[in-house]
Design a protein around this ligand. Sequence first.
Ligand SMILES: O=C(O)CCC(=O)C(=O)O
Ligand SMILES: [Fe+2]
Length: 319
Amino acid sequence: MMPESTFALTHEESTGLRGLATRLSETRPALVDELNWLAACRSASCRLPTRLRERLRTFRHDPGPDGVLLLRNLPGADDVPPTPVESDSVERAATLSASVISAVSMELGELIAFRNEKSGALVQNVVPVPGQEAQQSNAGSTVLALHTENAFHPRRPDYVTLLCVRSDHESTAGLRTASVRRAVEGLDDRTREVLRQPRFLTDPPPSFGQPEGAAKPHPILTGDPDDPDVRVDFHATRPVDDEAERAARLLERCLDTVAESVRLVAGDLAVLDNRVALHGRTAFVPRYDGGDRWLHRTFIHLNHRRSRVLRAPLGHVLD
Ligand SMILES: O=C(O)CCC(=O)C(=O)O
Ligand SMILES: [Fe+2]
């Protein structure tokens, strides 16, 4: 990752953010998904340290060649309870760490979630779950294939943020990211053309309750051929014919070549531009002893109005 893609808070900034997040965690009803708490969080997000707000604003303008911004030295990851072990774990309470990720996220755009995923909670937990080690989901601990988040969904997030609350015991788990802005250089013209055609199917996970086969073929690349947006999940997306299959495999190879891996430590917050960057994870060994890897996750939309029909009037959860 380019050094420009990393931004470390100074001690002073971190302390300032801690004060702001502490006040939020004490603001009633101290529940992330409640509208009045979100209103307080929205105001607080306007008072983030100035240099951080400037960096987020710059990233919104241009996500850079990596499509990732790694914020370091955020407060709130010390003195945390044991890592949850249940599946679909979410963070309803406005803890210090949940307040930090929410405030930073709301400065980027609007928090959203999907009703059928992790019960529609706006701050979700990414933790390894006993028995789900090999699952291609964030509950697993084997290699997780590169993907854009919710690739099946027409209103997938513009940004995904991941705040490391606790790293894995052996510090082996790597968040992998790969930017299509870098990968596209390795693609020949014909491959680019095939990837821009609706020759790929991405089914929603079973929890979304759509009948199998309901997915419509979509292109993997859209927009400027030299600087496209990307939509693909290398576990879930199926090319519909052999040529499309070859094109997807070549893209996957190019993405693998440019992919970077970062071992998140407590207080790191990765902001992924889900339109240009894919993400995945390397393998690690969970112990289920309360000390396992633990990330908070949020999804962000830049244009809230576009999802209005899928939400309650002031709601953040897409049906
Ligand atoms: O575990 C990770 O680092 C990434 C998991 C993931 O893909 C996600 O939570 O969306
Ligand atoms: Fe993901």
